[in-house]
Design a protein around this ligand. Structure first.
Ligand code: FAD
Length: 316
């Protein structure tokens, strides 16, 4: 079922959804199921599965010199999405990214998803560095171009005219939005203009980047509505669970952490106390968002379940 249909069926009730990462290459899929099992008790409306291209790693050669080599550390998004869908009877949303993949590779992955009965895709530019060995002319630059590719497949239009067009896909398309602006955009209005472009080209709903101050989300939704973006806007939430995240989250995701949250985390000396602070902050955020009637509370689990389970117990 499409995410938009699930949201319509919920009739305004706030749903619960999660994002997980494929396991690192070489790890057992059961490790991922161990993360998912306790979360499934809360009946997530859908499970997003992130997508990861090759990245450059440094390897020592036999002669002692160091060389750079591409390695895909977390493959398997397509297969994992199908495995989760049929093991737990839950809708899955595989992510698809532009950076690191040719348009043909993406088309093939979309065909695999179609054959596996997956109804949804989350379309993204991808956050890996642009230094991969790939012909830039055969790779999408922006998520909007990939939205167009999926939209075209939904209308029986494929990359090459040799492809038989006896079927069309019917993917529901999600895209990302940034309450605190995407880091490459010169200002929030410019970023919103490009977000509107993704929706005009066929995106059905938006999931936001994480934020720690609900006002940022509410202001963002107001601004989107003012420029004619009418699709559902699902808030993305991440509980802080380690002290280093006070630095890594702002620098990686280009967003601000509220002073009160930072002060409380800094006071903690034990990991368990930090988790408690992050959990409590996220519970308060979630309760306020739920009271405001957001479509779903979408948690970035980073493939860890304990804190999100406690939040779900308190909020759902
Ligand atoms: P885009 O929509 O392409 O926008 C990128 C920038 O370009 C923005 O600044 C925008 O304003 C600007 N822009 C857009 N279109 C144009 C245009 N036509 N001309 C000029 N400027 C333009 N990364 C992964 O690698 N794998 C994942 O699974 C993944 N999942 C994510 C899930 C969510 C909910 C979010 C919020 C992010 C996720 N990311 C993931 C990270 C994401 O790939 C990065 O944030 C990336 O830098 C931007 O992706 P986007 O799809 O928002 O890009």
């Amino acid at each position: 079922m499409k995410i938009t249909e699930i949201l319509e069926k919920s009739k305004g009730e706030t749903l619960f959804s999660i994002e997980i990462l494929p396991p690192q290459k070489g790890k057992k899929i059961n490790d991922l199921f161990d993360v998912l099992n306790p979360l499934m008790d809360f009946n997530p409306a859908f499970v997003d599965v992130t997508y990861h291209p090759e990245e450059m790693v440094y390897k020592r050669r036999p002669d002692g010199l160091i060389e750079e080599a591409p390695l895909r550390k977390r493959p398997g998004t397509v297969g994992i999405s199908a495995a989760i869908k049929y093991k737990y009877n839950v809708e899955t949303v595989p992510h698809m990214v532009c950076v690191g993949f040719t348009k043909e590779e993406t088309e093939d992955a979309l065909f695999s998803l179609y054959y596996q009965g997956i109804d949804n895709v989350m379309v993204l530019k991808g956050d890996s560095k642009d230094n991969l060995n790939i012909d830039k002319n055969n790779q999408h630059k922006y998520a909007s171009e990939l939205v167009e590719q999926v939209y075209n497949m939904n209308h029986g239009k494929f990359l090459h005219e040799e492809t038989l067009n006896e079927m069309e896909t019917d993917f529901c398309i999600g895209v990302a939005g940034y309450p605190e602006k995407h880091f490459e955009a010169p200002n929030l209005n410019a970023d919103l203009k490009w977000l509107r472009n993704k929706v005009d080209l066929g995106a059905d709903y938006i999931i936001t980047q994480m934020f720690f101050d609900n006002k940022k989300y509410f202001d963002f939704v107001d601004k989107c509505r003012k420029i004619g973006i009418t699709v559902p806007i699902i808030p993305g939430l991440k509980p802080i669970d380690a002290k280093y995240q006070l630095k890594s989250i702002p620098s990686r995701f280009f967003l601000e952490l509220p002073e009160d949250l930072v002060k409380e985390v800094e006071k903690c000396s034990k990991v368990s106390d930090i988790k408690k602070v992050g959990e409590e902050w996220c519970i308060q955020q979630s309760k306020e968002l739920k009271a405001a009637g957001v479509p779903s509370l979408h948690y970035y689990t980073m493939s860890k379940s304990d804190v999100v389970v406690n939040i779900a117990k308190a909020v759902l």
